[in-house]
Design a protein around this ligand. Structure first.
Ligand code: ZN
Ligand code: ZN
Length: 346
């Protein structure tokens, strides 16, 4: 079968490899679609630091069950399934508490939890092996269009679920960047909260998409964006801000517009930072702001995302590429030419 391998710094290759063998609790998934993520680009350009060269890329995968290991119950050949982005142990204290994305066994302070395509072989291949407990059935959803739900859906869902107490009717939520994750986050906010939604992006096409998806206000991300958000809220600021980029200008913008006791969620890995002081010696953040750097999500988040998609309230804007054109897809993503999510189709 063919698989896209990260073979060295800045280099991916399409290779012919054996179809993987199954263990007793494994499922062989015939991949229907594999989404491309900015974190794939992040890893691609990390240099020699990356510890997993030789692995198959792709942490957003969906497809059909092809065969099952001897101990697997509940899945049959042909079932459409979505592969979880977080492969937690399922048994540790954090997992049992429903915080599988903070698994004590498969994650640590220094490392994100085990994720397919960022360690174990991922979805950019004709087949992938997944433990049955990391799969959810998606029924009639098209698995090509559903693949991005695994990360671009689940990650915003998790960030939004962590800020629900600030997303009451009458609140203001800001989505910074209407890309792969942002366009999903916007729909989740629309479908599940009463917040007024402000979308900010520097690309007119993406702001147009934001309007179509139900943003109440769209703003160009220029030097006046922060003041405009403050003006919209009588100077109070936004109750929740979701930064899906995380570069310095967006991190600065987020800190400038967050309200007292607001929820600030950094989802993009852009490397921006800000100064945090425990007193009022710097005015970076108002009182009481709660900051989280968000990683992936839980099985519960994934089930919620699938449910919203099945209700027609969460749709992925998908741009399809044949697996063999993976380089073109990554180049387009890097150049900002992808509206919504690029998906490789084996
Ligand atoms: Zn990702
Ligand atoms: Zn665990």
């Amino acid at each position: 079968m063919q698989a896209v391998k990260l073979v060295g710094p800045h280099t991916m290759e399409l290779q012919d490899v054996a179809v993987p063998e199954l263990g007793p609790d494994d499922v062989l998934v015939k991949v229907a679609g594999a989404g491309l993520c900015h974190s794939d680009l992040h890893v691609l350009h990390m240099g020699e630091e990356w510890p997993f060269f030789g692995g198959t890329v792709g942490h957003e995968g969906a497809g059909w069950v092809e065969s099952t290991g001897s101990d697997v119950d509940g899945f049959e050949k042909g079932d459409a399934v979505l592969v979880s982005v977080v492969w937690a142990c399922g048994h540790c204290r954090a997992c049992v508490e429903g915080r599988d994305n903070a698994c004590e066994v498969n994650g640590s302070r220094a490392m994100f939890p085990t994720t397919p395509g960022l360690g174990p072989d991922g979805a950019m291949a004709e087949y992938m092996v997944v433990k049955a407990r990391h799969l959810d059935k998606i029924g009639d959803l098209d698995p090509v269009a559903a693949a991005p739900l695994a990360d671009a859906g689940v990650t915003p869902m998790h960030a939004i679920n962590s800020a629900r107490d600030r997303l009451t009717p009458g609140s203001t939520a800001v989505v910074i960047a209407v890309g792969g994750l942002g366009h999903m986050g916007l729909q989740i906010l629309k479908a599940t909260t009463g917040a007024r939604i402000v979308a900010i992006d520097n690309d007119e096409t993406k702001l147009e998409l934001a309007r179509e998806l139900g943003a109440d206000v769209v703003l160009k991300s220029d030097s006046e964006a922060a003041q405009k958000v403050l003006d919209l809220t009588n100077g109070y600021g936004a109750d929740a801000v979701f930064d899906f980029v995380g570069v310095q200008p967006t991190v600065t913008l987020a800190t400038q517009i967050i309200a007292p006791e607001g929820a600030l969620r950094f989802v993009g890995l852009g490397g921006g930072s800000f100064t945090y002081a425990s007193d009022s010696s710097t005015e970076t953040l108002p009182w009481g702001v709660n900051v989280q750097r968000s990683y992936g999500g839980t099985r519960a988040d994934q089930l919620q995302v699938i449910a919203l998609a099945q209700q027609g309230k969460l749709e992925v804007e998908v741009k399809r590429y044949p697996l063999a054109d993976f380089q073109q897809a990554f180049d387009d993503l890097e150049a900002g030419k992808v509206t919504g999510r690029a998906v490789l189709v084996p």
